[in-house]
Design a protein around this ligand. Structure first.
Ligand code: MG
Ligand code: FE
Length: 168
């Protein structure tokens, strides 16, 4: 038997690992982007949010009596997802990156909805409030990517048709 409190703790740890992976992916993409300044700026802004999210999750874990010193073991759990972004060398990597980013934000949205429900069930309004705050940031980022998919695609197509070097 696993108690709701144990599940909540595991899911907080999973979310922390997810944010660490997000940090890796976002900084890799932001560092490579040259020709999409608006996308780069938005990714850099979300990278800052992501670092704070990670710290807020640690606070929730510690406040609930969890040990955050073992967290390193869990980082990498989301590595497979990250490779879809970081390992990409295709000429259309900005497009693949935007698609993967959109998908990742929505996985985050789902994870925080689960955490909010579990925190509410466990009577932990502080964890619930933290997760609601993070959820908003993930939704805003996911929506931003959706709203800019056309712009990024058209910019990519125009660069590609003009035979611009494949640097993204
Ligand atoms: Mg996040
Ligand atoms: Fe995010």
């Amino acid at each position: 038997m696993t108690s709701p409190e144990e599940h909540l703790m595991n899911w907080l740890r999973d979310a922390h690992a997810m944010e660490k992976q997000a940090e890796t992916m976002l900084s890799a993409i932001a560092g490579r982007l040259e020709h999409y300044p608006e996308l780069k700026a938005r990714i850099e802004a979300h990278l800052q949010e992501t670092r704070v999210q990670s710290d807020m999750l640690i606070s929730c874990i510690e406040r609930r009596g969890g040990d955050s010193s073992t967290m390193k073991d869990l980082i990498g759990r989301f590595a497979a997802m990250g490779q879809g972004v970081c390992g990409m060398m295709a000429s259309d990597e900005v497009i693949k990156g935007a698609m993967a980013g959109y998908a990742f934000e929505h996985v985050e949205v789902a994870a925080y909805k689960v955490l909010i429900a579990a925190a509410d069930h466990c009577g932990d309004p502080e964890t619930s409030a933290v997760c609601q705050r993070i959820l908003q940031q993930e939704m805003v980022m996911g929506n931003w990517l959706a709203e800019h998919m056309e712009q990024v695609t058209l910019a990519f197509l125009s660069r590609s048709a003009a035979n611009e070097p494949a640097r993204i």
